[in-house]
Design a protein around this ligand. Structure first.
Ligand SMILES: Nc1nc2c(ncn2[C@@H]2O[C@H](COP(=O)(O)OP(=O)(O)OP(=O)(O)O)[C@@H](O)[C@H]2O)c(=O)[nH]1
Length: 170
């Protein structure tokens, strides 16, 4: 991967409607990538993903904008409501890589092994922003058929800040 630095600015969308009304246009301006985060212990957060995807579409985010799906709270294995298989199906339907992780306990063991995918998530986003070419990660996305190779990669695109949105349960 090209070694030049890439500065990423991460915006966490407001969950509350009263903030969203005034902020929503601002959020979607100049977004270069989107990370959809749901809570694996909350089926409602997973079901709301379609509405977030639709909202992106309505704000003219094209298919060239990379999207990543993240299931958070996978440390709470006893409370899981959204299985990996269902999430993977959704991710495949929307052509997104899926990661399961835990913001609270990144070293916990999910049903797909170690859940410390946070670095892999950032690397995937960074690479997708630098280039659309495939990469290999040391920790590939959950259930990924393809590989993501971080040692290769083109360098098209300029330097500078890239912003990406984070919606749902993040
Ligand atoms: N067990 C566990 N708890 C988590 C994890 N991530 C967040 N939490 C907890 O979930 C609660 C909500 O976390 P937030 O980061 O405020 O979630 P949010 O989606 O930003 O919430 P909004 O502010 O409403 O947008 C807090 O009590 C966190 O400690 C995780 O990976 N595992």
């Amino acid at each position: 991967m090209n070694m030049s630095p890439l500065r990423i600015q991460l915006w966490d969308t407001a969950g509350q409607e009263r903030f969203r009304k005034s902020m929503v246009q601002h959020y979607y301006r100049n977004v270069h990538a989107v990370v959809f985060v749901y809570d694996v212990t909350n089926g409602t957060s997973f079901r709301s993903l379609s509405a977030w995807i639709e909202e992106c579409k309505q704000h003219a985010l094209g298919s060239e904008v990379p999207r990543i799906l993240v299931g958070n709270k996978c440390d709470l294995q006893d409370s899981v409501q959204v299985g990996t298989d269902v999430a993977q199906q959704f991710a495949d339907t929307h052509s997104m890589p899926l990661f399961e992780t835990s913001a609270k306990n990144p070293n916990s063991q999910g049903d797909r092994g170690n859940s410390d995918h946070v670095e892999a998530i950032f690397l995937t986003v960074a690479h997708k922003l630098k280039s659309q070419k495939p990469l290999v990660l040391s920790q590939p996305p959950v259930g990924s058929g393809g590989t993501i190779n971080l040692s290769k990669g083109g360098t098209e695109g300029g330097e500078g800040a890239r912003s990406w949105g984070c919606s749902g349960g993040c």
